[in-house]
Design a binder for this molecule. Structure first.
Ligand code: UGA
Length: 436
């Protein structure tokens, strides 16, 4: 089997590398010459994802994975072409911007000279697959092809494992021929008995949005329960465990925090809200989730200020973690983007440390002092705030933390420490939804 993967962003590069690991010949194609040169000549991975560099290196060496800027070359002999280009939120109306997807479809049509399965891997609104088919037919009436939707369910930071050992694979493919090609591509997953669901195109497209918005709703639910816990003296950690052990609810995605961020949940919740409104079937739950989450990110700075006595003018706050979650350098829609500037506006000086995100963060913040390490960050600060649950922040030497901070004050927006332990250690400690 041979495929072309259009787009060497996060999804394209991870999917391409993983398919090649499955034994498929993969040619990744991108218009960005520098990116392709870097990948081809120096094995330079443009994103941070644990394990991806090794996977790319070994499959490139084995001759199964290659990179080009020439789509024609990439498509020569390909059984399938995956479209994995960006679908950012369109400015102004929140709809997904599909211009990259449709441009890719037009170019694919030009180079099609045998039966080809055209797969949308990018997260695309319901109806995009049909439009891709229409565009290809219009551009090349003689083309022999099927359009398939194959959404990804990869989490940044664990994307390779998510691809190799998924809970399920969803494939919107409506012809036997297309299904057969997809079955071949995912042959390895059949061997480990992964559920593989074949559906209609629109259904597959909607599954992706329904999955992400459901997870965003689950997080938002527990975040609101956390707020209630603080008022009534309950513990959100125990509530999450208590409800999550019910198999119908499940334990995952019930960690209260500063609000969800990242490149997917904020964008996808908004896009589904717009689609539903356009079709006259508004999703009021998701509309509410979007607004609660936006407010929550803003409210977190207030929580910090209140805990520090209501006035942070002239105080130095040490912030650990800037990315939207650990094991990534991704800052997109990170809660820190709301919290850090709000603390600055309130008069605080911010010192920050993030293991991977500081380069990206520097593009967003002004007047933040970046530290060399977690301990360097907190030296002489009035308080410590944990914004992202990187593993290295879970195991801080608390005696050292106490000696470095001006006063032992820790605001833990990810609940990575235990309130009782913190009290025993002599900290003034503020978790989320737990007794402090
Ligand atoms: C998410 C989905 O989990 C993937 O299945 C999906 O493929 C991906 O979007 C996508 O559409 O491409 P990702 O954005 O990488 O993956 O990150 P998550 O681990 O889902 O976290 C998203 C946000 O929710 C983060 O800000 C995280 O801190 C927050 N979160 C997550 C919580 O606040 N509590 C939780 O219990 C879980």
């Amino acid at each position: 089997m041979r495929i072309a993967m259009i787009g060497t962003g996060y999804v394209g590069l991870v999917s391409g590398a993983c398919f090649s690991e499955f034994g498929v010949d993969v040619v990744c194609v991108d218009k960005d010459v520098r990116k392709i040169d870097g990948l081809r000549e120096r094995g330079e991975i443009p994103i941070y994802e644990p394990g991806l560099d090794a996977l790319v290196a070994s499959n490139t060496a084995a001759g199964r994975l290659s990179f080009t800027t020439d789509l024609k070359e990439a498509m020569a002999g390909a059984d399938a072409v995956f479209i994995a280009v960006g679908t950012p939120s369109r400015r102004g109306d929140g709809h997904a911007d599909l211009s990259y997807v449709y441009n890719a479809a037009r170019e694919v049509a030009e180079h099609m000279d045998r039966y080809t399965v055209v797969v949308t891997k990018s997260t695309v609104p319901v109806g995009t697959g049909r439009e891709v088919a229409r565009i290809i037919r219009e551009a090349n009436p003689a083309a022999d092809f099927d359009v398939v939707s194959n959404p990804e369910f990869l989490r940044e930071g664990s994307a390779i494992n998510d691809f190799m050992r998924p809970d399920r694979v969803v494939i919107g493919a409506e012809t036997e021929r297309a299904q057969a090609v997809m079955r071949q591509l995912y042959r390895v997953l059949y061997l480990i008995e992964t559920p593989i669901l074949f559906t209609a195109l629109e259904t597959s497209e909607l599954i992706k949005y329904a999955a992400n918005t459901f997870l965003a709703t689950k997080i938002t639910f527990i975040n609101e329960i956390a707020d209630l816990c603080e008022k009534v003296g309950a513990d959100v950690h125990d509530v999450a465990r208590g409800i999550g052990l019910d198999g119908r609810i499940g334990r995952k995605f019930l960690h209260a925090g500063p609000g969800y961020g990242g490149s997917c949940f904020p964008k996808d919740t908004l896009a589904l809200v717009k689609t539903a409104q356009d079709f006259g079937a508004p999703l009021r739950i998701i509309e509410t989730v979007v607004s609660i989450n936006d407010q929550r990110k803003k409210a977190m700075a207030d929580k910090v200020v209140q805990f520090l006595g209501g006035d942070v003018t002239g105080k130095t706050i040490a912030v650990l973690g800037l990315t939207f979650k650990p094991n990534t350098d991704d800052m997109r829609d990170s809660p820190s983007l709301d919290i850090v500037p709000a603390l600055q506006r309130a008069g605080a000086t911010i010192r920050a440390f993030d293991p991977e995100g500081m380069h990206e963060a520097a593009k967003h913040f002004t007047d933040v002092l970046y530290a060399e390490s977690a301990y360097d960050c907190m030296a002489g600060a009035d308080a410590l705030v944990i914004l992202t649950e990187w593993n290295e922040f879970r195991a801080l030497d608390l005696d050292r933390v106490k000696t470095l901070l001006k006063a032992p004050v820790l605001i833990d927006l990810r609940n990575i420490y235990n309130p009782d332990d913190m009290e025993a250690q002599g900290f003034r400690y503020s978790p989320i939804g737990r007794r402090s």
